[in-house]
Design a protein around this ligand. Sequence first.
Ligand SMILES: Cc1cc2nc3c(=O)[nH]c(=O)nc-3n(C[C@H](O)[C@H](O)[C@H](O)COP(=O)(O)OP(=O)(O)OC[C@H]3O[C@@H](n4cnc5c(N)ncnc54)[C@H](O)[C@@H]3O)c2cc1C
Length: 465
Amino acid sequence: MEQKIVDEIRKIVDESRVLTDKPDLYAYGFDASIHHAMPDVVVRVKNAEEVEKIVGIANQYLIPVVARGAGTGLSGQAVPIEGGILLDMTSMNRIKEIHIEDLYCVVEPGVIYAKLNEALAEYGFFFPPSPGSGDVCTIGGMIAANASGMRAIKYGATRDYILGMEVVFPHGRVRLGSRTLKNSAGYQIERLMVGSEGTLGIITEATLRISPLPEKRGVALASFDDVVKAGEGVAAIIGSGLIPSALEIMDHVCIQAVNNAMDIGLPDVEAILLIEVDGKEGEVRENIKKVAEILKGRVKNIEFTYDDEEMANLWKGRKGVLPSLSRYGEDRVSVSLADDMCVPISKIPYAIKEFQEIAKKYNIIIGTYGHAGDGNLHTKVLINPKEEDEWKRAEKAVAEIYKAVERLGGIASGEHGIGISKAPWINGDVETMEMIKKAIDPNNIMNPGKMTQWKGSIISHLRYR
Ligand SMILES: Cc1cc2nc3c(=O)[nH]c(=O)nc-3n(C[C@H](O)[C@H](O)[C@H](O)COP(=O)(O)OP(=O)(O)OC[C@H]3O[C@@H](n4cnc5c(N)ncnc54)[C@H](O)[C@@H]3O)c2cc1C
């Protein structure tokens, strides 16, 4: 990038917030995916005015601009594969307003999910999407990826809580949506930003709907001697009309990985389900009993807890799956390739069975876990990243997994987004997506090369040397 452009940026933002040293650029080249690429300059923006001016410069000189929240994306969305300006959004972290009686709050995009919920808890409210990365990921990153998590089955995903937004598009700063719970006044462009992965504009403010916290929670831990039986149990629970507030599955690979890495003591069985119900005290106990009845005949063992500490321990184990998988065995790391498929709930047992057969066929280890209650399965491929042949086998296995998912009526990503890692399998009408992208970003400066624009192999721009 030409020095005069950096000099122009330095006229907008203090010197200390414009980074061009190689170690800084290298560090900002990562997210939590397998990919890495360095930007030309990192700018730690503090407000919407700065963002607007920098996007203006990028549009004038035709330079890529990539927004970065906490960098926890698993598909390479925030990795600047064409260089350019990386906007670090984490200093825009003010919770600007909380309006309990109107059921909304207004936040800057760099607010961390857990910090927002700490603030809302004081009023007995919460922002429910609950991604596993919630202690660190930002609201801007969540909107751009339509993040969700274990409570989506009952409470929905980030998109279900978007009321309004302020966005900087290449043509300028605009306000989208409203502060009202309902809105049928024209195109819902604020919703278009959901899942846009920084390819349309930069979110500088969000107005989010909030929900009251439930009075009580209870968790059942059900053990199975067959992962397919656990999958059938999921479909039986949902089919009964009981909607749990979380319904998570972990197979033997994941259980073993967590037990190796953490002191949680999960039962050493083929699969477990963690089923959480919430609501009023009596209703919670009643529904936990119903869960046990539904699973009778399929389950090896079932235990319940209403104790906050015990429940927190179980969820710690579930959230620990992803980091623990990299400690499953010597030289193995968990790579996020086919890691986030979503199938109709009744197809969960078939999907798990197919994944197991594909793993066997290509002689690789695949751990399966995830938000089974809404059909969202996370498989992690465990390979030695230094072995080229393992990458090749993994790539073939991943392609077969996506074909199986498509056959079952599913999609490539339920919550982690497309970026590079899932680009060849993006669902929906690509032509219309490309028309929208061209109309809003005619110079293709907003996070270029991602989603519909990525045409190469998923095994590229690798972080592993
Ligand atoms: C251990 C672990 C567990 C995870 N669990 C879950 C889970 O349960 N559910 C889930 O959904 N995801 C999960 N993820 C993935 C990830 O945390 C989410 O996608 C999260 O929403 C990303 O937020 P971020 O702030 O890290 O965004 P980043 O990774 O920094 O960016 C993600 C995308 O958002 C764009 N972006 C960021 N800020 C803005 C902005 N202000 N305006 C426009 N675009 C912007 C970026 O350009 C990029 O395209 C997990 C990740 C890890 C590492």
